[in-house]
Design a protein around this ligand. Sequence first.
Ligand code: IPE
Ligand code: IPE
Ligand code: MG
Length: 230
Amino acid sequence: MHVAIIMDGNGRWATNRGLCRSAGHIEGAKAVHAIVETAVRAGVQILTLYAFSAANWARPPAEIAALMHLFGQYLFTETRRCVKESIRINVIGRRDRLTESLLRSVEESERASALGSRMHLRIAIDYSSRHSIVQAAQRAGRDADFSVGHFHHLLQEADYGTCAAGAVDLLIRTGGEKRLSDFMLWECAYAELHFTDCLWPDFDAQHFQNALDDYAGRQRRFGTLTAHQG
Ligand code: IPE
Ligand code: IPE
Ligand code: MG
């Protein structure tokens, strides 16, 4: 099962408390650990987390700097735990706009956790689904033999994912908005959608379990008349 999460609402969580937005991102980063743990226990095979969109570069430089710092810190502290639990880490998205030091952290985490087989944790940083699709389409344009399966493969390459991640089964968005914000547009073609008003820093193991239970109650049909339980 592939679960993808749009981790939204950090800024509002902070401003609701009279704090600066970056304080919300710090709390948001803390929330990730419990969700990864719960996903592993629930038998999720792939967990893709939307951490920073290509459009997020339009935010104030101080907020961007705080986020980039948090990504580096997260990778530094979590990589060892992930290796211990056999979780493979990959960062998807563009890499050419990351700082040297973050890029090194990303490569080191990927290298150290490469043999992880229990769950695949993918973190989307400087990610734009439309950008990935355009890149894949450019490559596909040169191929005579072109199919949905082949395009899917090219898309994984465009994401810098040296890994096939497959279609998303369950997409969760926290923070109350009901939109995809340029996240995995192709991969979510038949995803079950779960939207919650819960702001990301408040999203805990129980909220995540609720989303998984919601999914388990869904009937998926993929355009056929046969129902598959989620
Ligand atoms: C999600 O929270 C984190 C990122 C987009 C980097 P936001 O920062 O978007 O929080 P809100 O939506 O403004 O509350
Ligand atoms: C989407 O959230 C990106 C991430 C959660 C990383 P945004 O807060 O950037 O999306 P919009 O602006 O509400 O669409
Ligand atoms: Mg937001």
